[in-house]
Design a protein around this ligand. Structure first.
Ligand code: ZN
Length: 206
């Protein structure tokens, strides 16, 4: 725990001071250009991998970077609310759905029922990727690493399609005022792959 407090002091004494003007300028307003939807995984650090500063990314993180399809509901919906706020209030011009290698949520998708029973809410949440699971099972990919990567990448494409069920997102994409991007982050190499819709594949950003 001491590490956390020492980190706060280091931030105050160093990082904050170095960027004091920036922090003062964003003290009463935010104008992020991008909604970044990533996994909760501790290894995913949106500002680090995009080299962006506070105020640039509006961030949603949840297990396996999932996006519930659009629906009207009285429930308390975290991801849906954050999407709505980012697009309708903050007018972001990009949405990045960023999946990653070695994703525990995606692994759970293909796990045995007895493992799923130990995390019932997470398993239920992963139902948002049922289409992905079905396609992977049908594909019969034998190599476990290749299957893992295919699951994670297919999940990004699936979640992009969920975004398009939001009427206000569809409208903005069609009028070219909002870009949707699908990224795959390979943790151990630092490479990020961008989904090329025409090619139907992920292409390394270089
Ligand atoms: Zn993950």
């Amino acid at each position: 725990m001491n590490n956390l407090f020492e980190g706060v002091l280091a931030f105050n004494g160093c990082d904050f001071k170095e960027n004091r003007e920036l922090f003062e300028s964003i003290g009463r307003k935010q104008t992020p250009h991008t909604l970044f939807i990533g996994c909760s995984d501790s290894r995913i650090v949106p500002n680090l991998i995009t080299k962006t500063m506070p105020g640039e990314l509006f961030v949603i993180r949840n297990i396996a970077n999932l996006i519930p399809p659009y629906r009207e509901t009285d429930e308390y919906v975290s991801t849906t609310s954050a999407i709505e706020y980012a697009v309708q209030v903050l007018n972001v011009t990009n949405i990045v759905v960023c999946g990653h290698s070695n994703c525990g949520g995606c692994r759970l998708l293909l796990s045995d029922e007895d493992i799923k029973k130990t995390v019932p809410h997470t398993s239920r949440w992963m139902d948002l990727a049922t289409n992905v699971k079905n396609k992977i099972v049908e594909a019969h990919i034998e190599d476990p690493i290749a299957r893992e990567q295919a699951t994670e990448q297919l999940n990004i494409v699936e979640q992009l399609s969920h975004l398009m069920t939001y009427p206000y997102i569809k409208e903005r994409v069609e009028s070219c005022t909002l870009n949707l991007l699908g990224w795959y982050y390979q943790i151990d190499t630092g490479d990020i792959y961008n989904y090329d819709i025409e090619k139907g594949q992920f292409v390394r950003i270089e």
